[in-house]
Each structure stands twice: as structure tokens, then as C-alpha cells.
Design a binder for this molecule. Structure first.
Ligand SMILES: O=c1ccn([C@@H]2O[C@H](COP(=O)(O)OP(=O)(O)O[C@H]3O[C@H](CO)[C@@H](O)[C@H](O)[C@H]3O)[C@@H](O)[C@H]2O)c(=O)[nH]1
Length: 272
């Protein structure tokens, strides 16, 4: 890594790499601590060696744990409910300590809410290994006939229709948030921590309906018990992000569904 940073005179790094499946992290915590923490330490040490001190980090709304209220602002207390979330929280702390120790460091911590969708070309998308953990790829596989039905995890939450509410954000909006954060780091040299969410909450059944309307395909589903570790509601207040970066998510849930469906249709087996 030191070689690459020096060879190409890298001015800033975007650090996306990490394991991200909540359930797997509960079953195999050491795998998560080893991979997510070690890789970040290695990167930070290499950056320190070459004097590269600007970093954009993929954090997650999971650092808010089960929020007392919604929408969530960046000053909400942080907590973790699983080892995956713990690694994100620990990395945020490592980065804060590095910035405190050396003011030349500038870090943008981006707390993602629920990224979904695909590139509108249908050429770049999500390719889960095995059974998808997340809602959108599961829905597209049901609509494509690869799985018999969606399992909806709980309809007895304290939400408008009883199903879990999340802040879905199109991956292209997310990508644009990174560009805005990088430009801010390069221009101001100031660290920042912001939410990357749309500020809108959608229930599981909202997503199913939007997908059916957009794709014209039925998504049969069955109500199941709650999934352990899930929270009722999680959506962002993106006000600070707009204030600091001039960024806001503008793509609709229908665009997220349409682009996910195009990707699925053109790549029924993902990247395999
Ligand atoms: O087959 C499924 C999958 C999901 N859900 C529900 O759909 C919603 C969204 O679930 P999912 O897509 O798995 O996302 P989250 O559990 O909200 O987790 C995502 O968002 C977190 C931050 O909030 C990140 O930390 C995680 O990495 C990321 O997977 C939740 O209410 C789930 O209960 C179902 O009902 N059936």
C-alpha cells in the first residue's frame, strides 16, 4: 500500500472495504474485528508513512443503534448492537484519535443509511453471495422467480403499517455524497461527520408496492417474526450534510426500484 500511495502521489483515500453482514458478525465476531479493524489500521499506517492525511470513510447508521427518536441527527448518542456495528464505531474512534493527535489529518466520516439501486446502465450493481441479507436484492430475486416469496420480518412494529421503516438511498446519490465530501476535505482541510440519507422513511411494504408498480411484477410475501437485532425505524435528518456539503439525495424510491430491477434483469447471476 505504501508503494501505491507513493507511486501515484495519492492526495486522499476513500476507504470502502469491510465486511457488512450483521447476522454473520454475530455468528463470527472475530472475523469482523480482524478484517475491518486490521485493514483500517494497515491503511492508516501506510497513509501516515507517506504523509497522506485525507480520508473518506464508509461508516454506517448502525452506529446509532436503536435510536430513541427519528429523524436522526449526527449528535445522537452512538451505540452498537452487533460486532459489525462495533467495528464501525471503533473505526470512527480511531479516526477521531488520529485527527486529535495530528491536526493535519482531515477525515470525512459518512454514515450511510440504506443504499439500494444500481447504476442506470444496468452494468454495475449488487451481487450478493448466496441468499441476500438485504431487502432490495431479495425482492428483485423474488420478482425474477429465483425465490418463491419475500419474508417480511415483523408487522407489529410501532410504525404506520407495522413493518420496519428505513431510509433508502440510491447508490448514485451515495456516490455523489462521496465526491462532495472529498471536495470539501481537499478545499477546507476540516474533518466532518455526516449522515448520507434521504431524510425519508419507507416501510418494507412501501418498498414492495413501489417495486411492484415500477417493475410490473408481483412480489409475493409472507409475514414472519421480527429479525433479531432489527430496529423499528431508522431515518436520517440530512440537514447538516446539506449545510456542510451542499449535498442532498434526490433520486426517488421508484428510481431505486427501477434501477435495481434493470440490473437484475441484465445480470440474473450477478457478476458470476
Ligand atoms: O428479507 C428481508 C430483508 C429485510 N427485511 C426488512 O427490510 C428492512 C431493511 O433491511 P435490510 O435491507 O437488511 O437493511 P438493514 O437491516 O436496515 O441494514 C442495513 O442498514 C444498516 C444501517 O442502518 C447497515 O449497517 C447494514 O449494513 C445494512 O445492511 C428491515 O426492516 C428488515 O427487517 C425483510 O423484511 N425481509
Amino acid at each position: 500500500m505504501v508503494y501505491v500511495l507513493r507511486r501515484y502521489d495519492i492526495a486522499a483515500v476513500m476507504h470502502f472495504a469491510g465486511y457488512k453482514a450483521v447476522g454473520e458478525s454475530v455468528a463470527n465476531p472475530l472475523k469482523y474485528y480482524r478484517n475491518n479493524l486490521d485493514s483500517t489500521l494497515g491503511l492508516l499506517e501506510a497513509m501516515t508513512t507517506v504523509g497522506c492525511q485525507k480520508l473518506v470513510f464508509s461508516s454506517s447508521a448502525t452506529v446509532y443503534g436503536d435510536p430513541a427518536t427519528v429523524p436522526i441527527t449526527e449528535d445522537f448518542p452512538r451505540q452498537h448492537t452487533n460486532p459489525y456495528g462495533h467495528t464501525k464505531l471503533m473505526i470512527e474512534d480511531m479516526l477521531a484519535a488520529s485527527c486529535a493527535a495530528n491536526p493535519a489529518w482531515a477525515v470525512a466520516v459518512l454514515r450511510y443509511f440504506n443504499p439500494v439501486g444500481a447504476h442506470p446502465s444496468g452494468l454495475i450493481g449488487e451481487s450478493p453471495n448466496g441468499i441476500p441479507n438485504n431487502l432490495m436484492p431479495y425482492i428483485t430475486q423474488v420478482a425474477a422467480g429465483q425465490r418463491p416469496q419475500l419474508q417480511v420480518f415483523g408487522d407489529d412494529y410501532d410504525t404506520p403499517d407495522g413493518t420496519g421503516v428505513r431510509d433508502y438511498i440510491h447508490v448514485l446519490d451515495l456516490a455523489e455524497g462521496h465526491v462532495a465530501a472529498l471536495n470539501a476535505l481537499l478545499q477546507s482541510g476540516q474533518s466532518l461527520t455526516v449522515n448520507l440519507g434521504s431524510g425519508r422513511g419507507h416501510s418494507v411494504l412501501d418498498v414492495v408496492r413501489a417495486f411492484e408498480l415500477t417493475s410490473g411484477c408481483a412480489v409475493p410475501y409472507q409475514i414472519m417474526p421480527r429479525r433479531p437485532g432489527d430496529v423499528a425505524q431508522c431515518y436520517a435528518n440530512p440537514g447538516l450534510t446539506y449545510q456542510l456539503l451542499g449535498w442532498t439525495a434526490h433520486r426517488t424510491l421508484e428510481e431505486m426500484c427501477g434501477d435495481a430491477w434493470r440490473w437484475q434483469g441484465l445480470n440474473p447471476n450477478g457478476y458470476q
